[in-house]
Design a protein around this ligand. Structure first.
Ligand code: IVH
Length: 670
């Protein structure tokens, strides 16, 4: 192969693997078998070693400990996890009822339940303890995701009640509340990361993550809805639901007994509208015959029970006119197209706008001005344009073309390789970027400045009072000018100035996060602050030094180097320093418990049984050992847990680095 061919091959692998992991994590629609994925990843990793000059900053081999290099142990289900037949209208449902009555006669009840829109999970309890959590998989076998599921608060690890069957399996649905989804997705947007399409995909992506710490950070919830045991302990499904509740399981309070299919239909009608008042998504109603004896009589088809069925809600869809497409510039400069619609009622709210995500989406829809479009609010929170009603396209309508220059400052837009978004590179003078950056700085998670809000920043910017973050700290000199602003009383000015003054005491990691460096979120800011100790060291750190810090990969490191390579940024930091902001990390020195590991280096990878990675790190450091971020010839030990990434393993083997387990580490400390 010529060098050109090799580079092409590597580029193609990066692109392909990133697409697969996007399909897997974001869309929750895997497009490749795990094994194939790992093989391709290995191939790429090998090529990168042979030709580091062609290695791509966006390579999936760099994304350790988080998203991709993932394999789970496959576990066979003791009782297969079947699916449900679907119905979409009243007639289908009456047909189902007819079939049921033919087999079991007229005397029976239904249980109506909400159909939670998440991913199903099977939990095994032995002697009151949760021993295993397995995904549905293909229905016969699924992935063992116990460690991740244990981070979900309302799934008990041990039951208080000793009177439960010695072995049972309980099934339910893991999901994410809409509010948490929106908050986390917004965080991802701010960090320039890909956003999840809906709470279900976010929940599914989370349960399949390698890093249980990250899973714990993402609030998941779970409703349980069925019980499997070897013996029959109960006569009816309803009775078992009530009992599960008394054992400490989170069982929905919204289920209902129904005496006839007409009562079921009333329940469905009720939830068709009330579902929008829930804090989570449901996509339908599940109807189950209550008596276990009757369930047995009805039996199963190859795929699903004959005693249960689901009624799926229609994703609400309306047709309206696309008035125009506008482009929003975010604080990172990403330019997002927004469809402005003729206002229309949809799923209980008036919809005026729909997201168009990026330039590719405009292309996909092939949009023209004035098009009549179908808008849907299904699993997605933000309304989405599904397609165009071509019959109504007006002759001579103009095609919508994504701009080549920034709509706010006319700078030429750029698109980084491997990314879908276009960016405005003019971060120093593009108004929404400046305002957005200052708003980010004062935000709750950054400097949390009392008495200052987003709108105030907008006004200050328009009046020429602030152009940089540092201008906030000279506002006290402009008190007279502030008083002339509308809605600005003496009291509120005083409050604001006090808030600004107090923010000077915020710790370095908050200041660093507040600066809004691309890819530097809250956690990364902390790692950087404590990893480099102060801004002077951080600003001159090399790529190697940065990537040696725990959790800092190449992409983040490059972004930091780029940020500090800009003299304007250094000037601003100089000003902030002179105003008294904190640029030194204050960390409680680790008290050395022993020096048993002095001079030894470790990399921690995978998921462990008894300790979290953070705990292991503390344990190593407090005994004098050092944690390295990547595997190199310098490394002494690889502390390997379950589900370690294959590329790491591969690298360690090649370099002959000893693999040790949790227990070996404890032995070393004895
Ligand atoms: S009972 C034999 N009850 O819907 C199948 N499933 O389409 C027993 N689901 O795989 C499933 N809410 O993931 C049942 N209240 C509920 C449910 C529910 C959501 C999901 C579940 C199942 C899928 C079937």
């Amino acid at each position: 192969m010529s060098l050109f061919d090799i580079k092409d091959k590597m580029d193609a692998l990066v692109k392909e693997l990133n697409q697969h992991s996007y399909n897997y994590y974001v869309l929750a629609m895997p497009t490749i078998a795990d094994y194939e994925f790992d093989k391709k990843l290995e191939e790429l990793s090998k090529l990168e070693k042979e030709h580091p000059e062609f290695a791509d900053a966006d390579s999936p081999t760099l994304k350790v400990g988080g998203e991709i290099t993932k394999t789970f142990t496959t576990v066979k289900h003791r009782w297969p996890m079947l699916s449900l037949g679907n119905t979409y209208n009243e007639q289908d449902l009456r047909d189902f009822d007819e079939r049921v009555r033919k087999t079991i006669g007229e005397s029976f009840e239904y249980v109506c339940e909400l159909k939670f829109d998440g991913l199903s999970i099977s939990l095994t309890y032995e002697d009151t303890r949760l021993v295993r959590a397995v995904t549905r998989g293909d229905g016969t076998k699924g992935d063992d995701v116990t460690t991740n599921v244990k981070t979900i608060n309302n799934i008990p690890h041990k039951l208080k009640n000793e009177e439960v069957p010695p072995l049972f399996e309980i099934r339910g649905e893991i999901f994410m509340h809409r509010a948490a989804f929106e908050r986390l997705n917004k965080e991802r947007e701010e960090l320039g990361e890909i956003q999840y399409a809906n709470p279900r995909n976010f929940a599914a992506g989370t349960v399949k993550m390698q890093d249980s710490k990250e899973v714990a950070r993402r609030p998941l919830d779970c409703f349980l809805y069925s019980l499997n045991t070897d013996k029959n302990y109960f006569k009816t499904h309803w009775e078992s639901l009530q009992t599960l509740k008394s054992w400490g399981f989170n069982v929905s309070g919204n289920s209902k007994l129904a005496g006839s299919i007409d009562e079921v239909l009333v329940f469905i009608k009720q939830w068709e509208t009330e579902r929008f008042k829930l804090s989570y998504d449901i996509d339908g109603i599940v109807i189950k015959v209550n008596s276990y004896a009757q369930q047995q009589e009805l039996g199963f088809t190859a795929k699903s029970p004959r005693w249960a069925i689901s009624f799926k809600f229609k994703a609400e869809e309306v047709e309206t006119i696309l008035e125009k497409v506008t482009y929003q510039v975010g604080r990172t400069g990403a330019v997002t197209p927004v469809a402005n619609l003729k206002p229309v009622q949809l799923a209980g709210t008036t919809v005026k706008r729909a997201t168009l995500h990026n330039a590719n989406e405009i292309e996909r829809l092939d949009l023209y001005e004035g098009d009549s479009v179908f808008v849907e609010k299904g699993g997605e929170i933000i309304p989405k344009i599904i397609n165009v009603n071509m019959d109504k396209r007006k002759a001579g309508a103009l095609k919508i073309i994504y701009p080549t220059v920034c709509p706010e400052c006319q700078s030429e837009l750029i698109r980084k390789e491997g990314e879908v978004a276009f960016y405005c590179p003019n971060d120093e003078a593009c108004p929404p970027q400046i305002v957005g950056k200052i708003q980010h700085f004062i935000g709750r998670k950054a400097m949390n400045i009392d008495g200052l809000g987003d709108e105030t920043i907008e006004t200050f910017y328009q009046k020429g009072l602030v152009k940089h973050i540092s201008d906030l700290y000279t506002l006290h000199e402009k008190a007279e000018e502030l008083k002339t602003l509308e809605r600005f009383g003496e009291r509120s000015i005083e409050n604001m100035l006090k808030g600004i003054e107090q923010s000077k005491q915020m710790p370095f990691e908050k200041v660093l996060f507040g600066l809004g460096i691309r890819y530097v979120g809250e956690t990364v800011a902390k790692k950087l602050a404590f990893g480099t100790k102060n801004i002077d060291k951080l600003s001159i750190a090399s790529l190697e030094e940065l990537t040696a810090i725990d959790e800092i990969g190449q992409r983040i490191a490059e972004s930091i180097i780029e940020y500090f390579g800009n003299p304007e940024h250094l000037h601003q930091i100089g000003l902030l320093k002179s105003y008294g902001l904190q640029f030194e990390a204050i960390e409680n020195e680790i008290a050395l418990q022993s020096d048993k590991l002095t001079g030894k280096t470790f990399v921690i990878s995978g998921v462990f049984e008894n300790y979290s990675r953070e705990e292991l790190k503390d344990l190593i450091e407090s005994n004098g050992g050092k944690i390295l971020s990547g595997i190199s010839a310098k490394l002494n030990y690889l502390l390997a847990g379950d589900n370690m990434g294959p590329s790491k393993l591969d690298k360690a083997k090649k370099l002959n680095i000893p693999l040790i387990a949790e227990g070996d580490l404890l032995e070393m400390l004895k």
